[in-house]
Ligand binder design. Structure first.
Ligand code: DGL
Length: 266
């Protein structure tokens, strides 16, 4: 019987939104999570650095016996996915971008699909490149929204401040008449309702956490890697521990979790 854990990593605790969605979709799976809080944020780092970090973290998760790796971070998905696939060709590696691209291309055959994300993800143009390659009738305007990560981590959402910041990013004329908006960052599921309200419910707001959870389920099933019984509790590691990460992790996972420090960079 397959009982090995799924490894999930992110630059910090924001990827817990993806871990949460996977835990809900796959209750029989043990999750081992790694948040690289020592190097947070990845959104402003060079792609070379993000590649080095991602490779080392994947090595750590595989050494813990993980059967598959989910790159929960959009920035790491944009910069490091191809490298990781090459480096670990036998391991199923899932990123957050491809399932979201496929989902959009199945749902929309023409029109505009907007993207908001970190500076790194936007600069990589990963979403427009992949979506337009699949369907040249789709247009993909994008906007970097760097203030949203610290804003959400500080607990500013569903209030006047978050509304003002969200409005200022979404009011760009590029997003006029979009049919859908991809929330291309681990943190944004927490502001999904506010974003929907900004568009008066007229725009399909796509949160990659739930799309990726469904994709992970399908892939593990296809590979014969689904667990039928959870073997051990989930484990959550971070590379630099502070109480403030402990607090923030509750926001993203929706419940208190025990964070263990693992200083893999020492
Ligand atoms: N996890 C990152 C992402 O999804 C956001 C936070 C960061 O910049 O590290 O792109």
């Amino acid at each position: 019987m397959e009982t090995k854990p799924i490894g999930i990593f992110d630059s910090g605790v924001g990827g817990l939104t993806v871990a949460k969605a996977i835990a809900e979709a796959l209750p029989n799976e043990q999750i081992i999570y790694f948040g690289d809080t020592a190097h947070l944020p990845y959104g402003d780092k060079s792609k070379e650095s993000v590649r080095v970090y991602s490779k080392r973290i994947t090595g750590f998760l595989l050494a813990k016996g993980c059967k598959a790796i989910v790159i929960a971070c959009n920035t790491a998905s944009a910069h490091a996915y191809s490298d990781l696939k090459k480096f670990y060709p036998k391991v199923p590696i899932i990123n957050v971008v491809n399932p979201t691209v496929n989902y959009c291309c199945e749902k929309f055959d023409s029109g505009k699909i907007g993207v908001i994300a970190t500076k790194g993800t936007i600069k990589s143009r990963i979403y427009p490149r992949k979506i337009v390659k699949k369907n040249p009738n789709l247009e993909v305007p994008q906007a970097a929204a760097p203030l949203l990560v610290p804003m959400i981590e500080e607990g500013f959402f569903n209030n006047n401040i978050s509304q003002t910041i969200i409005n200022s990013y979404l009011s760009t004329k590029n997003f006029k008449n979009i049919r859908a908006l991809i929330l291309g960052c681990t943190h944004y599921p927490l502001i999904k309702e506010e974003v929907k309200n900004y568009f008066n419910g007229d725009v399909d707001v796509i949160d990659s956490a739930s799309v990726v959870a469904e994709f992970t389920k399908k892939l593990l099933k296809k590979e014969g890697l689904l667990s039928t019984k959870k073997k051990a509790p989930n484990l959550f590691y971070i590379s630099d521990y502070t109480e403030s990460f402990e607090e923030t992790s509750k926001l993203f996972f929706g419940e208190k979790i025990d964070l263990r420090e693992e200083r893999i960079w020492d």
